[in-house]
Design a protein around this ligand. Structure first.
Ligand code: FAD
Length: 434
């Protein structure tokens, strides 16, 4: 081996790639990580808005997410708890109305029980990580979330609250997402609305998610080449040659491809990727929504706004209170609906939802137009959960795959990306040992 030849080359420096690289380095393997961007982290990206740390991508963690929680504790980082919901304005039947959080949670709990079942009686999934143990998994995966909502007899307020909440957590329209995906989230968070909200959006890392992944990479002393977009992966004999956009190459015995599923189609694989894998990447997962961060100054009372699909944002909620300044996050199903960095546009959207809510600063990132992400968090379309599990069950020769889309548990989360990085590192190490 020389400085262009490695045991393993890892494509992508997100949580999946960094975890796989670290574990293989710990086995004594010579590892190189190739990353297209000028930073590590991928969809983990902490930045600042007026001196306040904000997350353009992933944010919240929870102790029900064992892989990311273990990394967070191991790194000795501090937890930040977001402020809880202030009084809510909910849009139902085209009109805003006030609602307190306890009532909102009660409505959601009833709707979730109707949608996914109660722990004691309903058709819940007992083992979120084990699709094979679920009766009728293929049929459940073929249904869309909208199919199931349509089959329920929900009151207008229930329907507005539930469809807004579920659209927020899917970052996509209910007709585009597999029912099984949401059954999995419900099951992984203990079949309880309060717990699910805690798992999804309550606790975050005080110093930001970038500080966690940086710690993981630095502690392992990983060799990482930034600004190195990979263009081709060529297997011949017992070596794989990886070619970057500038024409430079490296070789390795094994490759871990830790790119988002939506980006696999942009890399040329020789021999070509199996059709089942390529088709999934070409279809893409469904989440191409909006995340906007903005601040207000001097508000007497905070705002939480809930609006069903069709509105430019489905949820707005404060995430930090610093004296008179509040930092909010907003989510919607259409990432192209407005520019989250344009204050005038953001204020136009806020005015349509809550006239007295005015932003003084804002930011965001267009993940769906970003060629190295092509979407936000992984959100399988109908049939994609089962097809992904089957299509990616085997590596392609010396090329193995990792990413949030390959988790058994928290698909589409940091936790799932780390889980997948561990699993793939094990299978690569097994293959290297012959
Ligand atoms: C707006 C948003 C909010 C989210 N909120 C949460 C949350 O609160 N909690 C949570 O747990 N998760 C959340 N997620 C999901 C979480 O960010 C992802 O599940 C996780 O970061 C995925 O890690 P990964 O390593 O699989 O992929 P990525 O982080 O996407 O890493 C893949 C890497 O591959 C690189 N790459 C792509 N193409 C190439 C190429 N051709 N050559 C070389 N490198 C390439 C990318 O630049 C990237 O660094 C959120 C995501 C977004 C976008």
């Amino acid at each position: 081996m020389n400085d262009q030849d490695f045991d393993v080359v890892i494509l992508g420096a997100g949580f999946a790639g960094i975890t796989a690289a670290r574990e293989l380095a710990r086995y004594g393997r010579r590892v190189l990580v190739l990353e297209a961007r000028d930073r590590i982290g991928g969809r983990a990206w902490t930045t600042e808005l007026n001196g306040t740390k904000v997350e353009l991508g992933c944010t919240w963690i929870h102790w029900f997410q064992p892989y990311v929680w273990a990394e967070f504790q191991r790194a000795g980082l501090e937890l930040h708890e977001d402020p809880w919901f202030p009084p809510i304005t909910i849009w139902a039947d085209g009109k805003p109305q006030g609602l307190d959080f306890d009532r909102f949670r009660e409505i959601l709990m009833q709707a979730w029980h109707a949608f996914a079942g109660a722990a004691e009686s309903g058709p819940v999934m007992e083992r979120p990580w084990d699709l094979a143990s679920l009766d009728g998994a293929r049929e459940l995966d073929a249904k869309s979330v909208q199919d199931v909502i349509d089959s329920l007899d929900l009151e207008p307020l229930e329907k507005a609250a539930f469809s807004a909440e579920i659209a927020t957590q899917m970052n996509a329209l209910p007709e585009d997402v597999s029912y099984l995906s949401q059954l999995r989230w419900w099951s992984a968070s203990g079949w309880d609305v309060g717990l699910m909200i805690d798992c999804l959006a309550r606790y975050k890392i005080e110093t930001g998610v970038t500080s966690l992944i940086t710690h993981m990479a630095q502690r392992a002393g990983l060799a990482i080449r930034l600004n190195a977009p990979v263009e081709r992966v060529d297997q011949a004999g017992d070596r794989v040659t990886v070619t970057m956009r500038d024409g430079s190459t490296v070789t390795a015995a094994k490759v871990v491809c830790a790119l988002p599923m939506n980006c696999l189609k942009d890399v040329e694989f020789l021999p070509p990727l199996a059709n089942a894998k390529l088709a999934l990447s070409q279809e893409g997962h469904a989440a191409k929504g909006m995340k906007v961060l903005f601040q207000t100054e001097g508000e007497a009372e905070g705002h939480a706004i809930v609006a069903p699909p069709g509105a430019p944002l489905n949820l707005i909620n404060p995430i930090r209170i610093d004296g008179a300044r509040r930092t909010y996050v907003g989510f919607g199903t259409d990432g192209a609906a407005f520019d989250p960095c344009d204050l005038a546009e953001v204020n136009r959207v806020l005015a349509s939802l809550q006239p007295d809510l005015q932003a003084t600063a804002c930011t965001g990132h267009d993940w769906s137009s970003d060629e190295f992400a092509r979407g936000t968090w992984h959100m399988p379309r109908p049939t994609q959960n089962m097809r992904t599990a089957e299509a990616f069950a085997q590596p392609e020769g010396h090329v193995h795959f990792a990413g949030d889309y390959l988790a058994k548990g928290w698909v589409g989360f940091m936790d799932g990306a780390i889980e997948s990085g561990f699993a793939t590192a094990e299978s690569v190490e097994t293959a290297l040992r012959g």
